[in-house]
Ligand binder design. Structure first.
Ligand SMILES: C[S@@+](CC[C@H](N)C(=O)[O-])C[C@H]1O[C@@H](n2cnc3c(N)ncnc32)[C@H](O)[C@@H]1O
Length: 295
């Protein structure tokens, strides 16, 4: 095998299986928990081959131009950058979303919110109006629109680059004709009513931000994380807007941080709403609160 560069990958012609094992060794040595998945995702992207083909044909040589790209990816991963940031995209609800520096990297836990909404909707063909407060990549709203063919949506975010990314994602997913994204401060200036209001607001208490992993602190935008002193600042504003913007029969679904369900239920009732359902994520953690209007 020829000499390696500082990405740790040997240079010169290499077979797919050899490249994969080299990546795996380096990622394991760096104690990257998802070493295997990360190696496969980065290899598939760099070599422009799907993951199944990579495994099916391990003896095929990787072209040097693809190896160069992969070396760049490996260096970035070893320096702590998440795969989704390196590739600029993330799978959510089986759909591919582009990311930018202004968008949260969508989390698998947030699929709990999509599941909760779909479990609530009795008629999937109904012409529902959906509002998404703090839309980021648009992942929640676009996942819902992909399942509800007559629904229409409005997504709001304070970050203009997030709004651009969400708009691009709607285009790429073929959903642009049923959704509008706009810059705004939660529901300010929005006219309702909406049948569904969804939100995954920033909910980390400011004092806990320094304890987050380096990957999160460095690569997710602060506006998507910081929930103020007690982590609940955004819920207080969202609750008031939700009360104003929901139809009388409408339901809102809010994602929660760990241990926030009681406090957020109280915030809801102070705003004239009633919490009536709590949905756990795959780890059994109460993750989504369903609320409706009191009257
Ligand atoms: C936790 S992220 C959620 C993003 C996306 N909905 C998701 O689930 O991946 C919260 C989002 O709220 C946005 N945000 C923060 N403060 C806001 C405000 N005052 N008005 C509107 N959006 C806000 C952030 O820019 C960020 O995109």
């Amino acid at each position: 095998m020829s000499a390696s560069d500082d990405s740790g990958l040997p240079s010169g012609a290499m077979a797919r299986g050899e490249v994969y094992r080299s990546l795996l060794d380096q990622f394991r040595a760096a104690k990257i928990p998802s070493a295997d998945l990360d190696a496969r995702l980065l290899m598939a992207a760099a070599t422009q081959v799907d993951e199944v083909a990579l495994i099916a044909d391990p003896h095929k040589l990787v072209e040097p131009k693809f190896l160069d790209v992969l070396q760049g990816y490996v260096r970035r991963r070893l320096s702590g950058e998440p795969v989704s940031r390196i590739l600029g995209r993330r799978e959510f609800w089986g759909l591919s979303f582009s990311l930018t520096e202004a968008t949260l990297d969508p989390r698998p836990d947030s699929e709990t919110l999509v599941e909760a909404v779909l479990a609530h909707v009795t008629e999937r063909d109904a012409p529902l109006q959906i509002l998404d407060l703090g839309t980021g990549t648009g992942c929640l709203l676009l996942a819902l629109l992909s399942e509800l063919p007559q629904a229409r949506g409005l997504g709001v975010d304070c970050a203009s680059d997030a709004v651009k990314a969400a708009t691009r994602n709607a285009d790429q997913l073929g959903l642009a004709d049923r959704v509008v994204f706009r810059i705004g401060n939660w529901g300010e200036g929005v006219d309702g009513p909406f049948d569904l209001v969804v939100s995954n607001p920033p909910y980390i208490p400011s004092g806990d931000i320094p304890d987050l992993s380096q990957e999160v602190r460095t690569h997710d935008p602060m506006a998507a994380l910081d929930g103020g002193d007690d982590g609940l600042t955004a819920y207080r504003e969202i609750a008031l807007e939700t009360r104003r913007l929901l139809t009388p029969e409408g339901v809102a679904f809010w994602e929660l941080g760990i241990g926030q369900s009681e406090d957020v239920s109280t915030i809801a009732s102070d705003a004239g709403l009633k919490a009536f359902g709590l949905h756990p994520d795959l780890a059994g953690i109460p993750r989504v609160l369903a609320v409706k209007r009191l009257v």
